[in-house]
Design a protein around this ligand. Structure first.
Ligand code: BTN
Length: 246
């Protein structure tokens, strides 16, 4: 078990909690450091997207994992599991994961995860960035994500969410591979569903197939129409016929 939240730095406002944590890591900050903020002015999501949340209504959280252990390979899957457990400990909701690391409540995205690892002379580190919508009303989401985003709600506070994420992340960040894979599959929102993605190998080509769970390295297994299996290791998949975006 890893202890997250000591030290803890809370900022009224910053560019990005992950950028702030990375700067502190570069200056030698210890593993376990957590940076949170009421507001980010340059919040970042996966795939180069921005991450926006109204002041004080989301958990904007970045934790420093240092050194980067062998468990680091499955961190992208372990972190959303920690968030699922944290949310379910605080609110009467059920969470699922959309590969690789979105957290869904009732088919809508409640949290996103951005993990950035860096090698250094002392074993490397990872900054684990989590954006969890805690108390954002539907009409406060930007129009383009309103139909696909949601919040924890149920009167949960950002501080309670932070404490619970600290505890659950500590438990999941170094769990054995077999437990991470088994729990991910139990919460897998894509299994058996038609998914679409754009192949980046060679020319960009739109592909689709049926999601069949994950490999023990965390790749998404997809049955293709020709009977072959694809294993996706990065990037984005969309649900077939729907407009879900991460
Ligand atoms: C995603 O695209 O789904 C990942 C979103 C991650 C957002 C969080 S908010 C806290 C941390 N700081 C950032 O700039 N990004 C992450």
């Amino acid at each position: 078990m890893i202890a997250f939240g000591e030290p803890h730095i809370h900022l009224d406002e910053c560019d990005s909690t992950s950028d702030h944590a990375r700067r502190l890591a570069d200056e030698g900050a210890p593993g376990g450091l957590v940076v949170t903020a009421d507001l980010q002015t340059a919040g970042r999501g996966r795939q180069g997207r921005t991450w926006v949340a109204p002041r004080g209504k989301a958990l904007l959280y970045s934790a420093l994992l240092r050194p980067l252990t062998a468990a680091g390979e499955l961190l992208p899957l372990a972190v959303p599991l920690a968030v699922c457990e944290a949310v379910e400990a605080l609110a009467p909701v059920k969470c699922r994961v959309k590969w690789p690391n979105d957290v869904w409540i009732d088919g809508r995205k409640a949290a996103g995860v951005l993990i950035e690892a860096r090698a250094d002379s002392e074993g490397g580190f990872a900054v684990i960035g989590i954006g969890l919508n805690v108390a954002i009303d539907d009409d406060e989401f930007p129009p383009e994500v309103r139909a696909i985003a949601t919040s924890v709600g149920h009167g949960v506070s950002v501080e309670a969410a932070r404490d619970e994420v600290n505890a659950r992340l500590g438990q999941w960040a170094d769990r054995p591979r077999s437990q991470v894979i088994a729990e991910f599959e139990r919460r897998d929102a894509l299994i058996g569903r038609q998914v679409e993605w754009v192949s980046t190998a060679g020319r960009h080509e739109s592909l689709s197939g049926t999601a069949r769970g994950i490999t023990n390295r965390g790749e998404l297994r997809v049955d293709l129409p020709d009977g072959e299996e694809a294993q996706l290791s990065a990037g984005e998949v969309h649900l077939g016929g729907e407009t879900h975006r991460a």
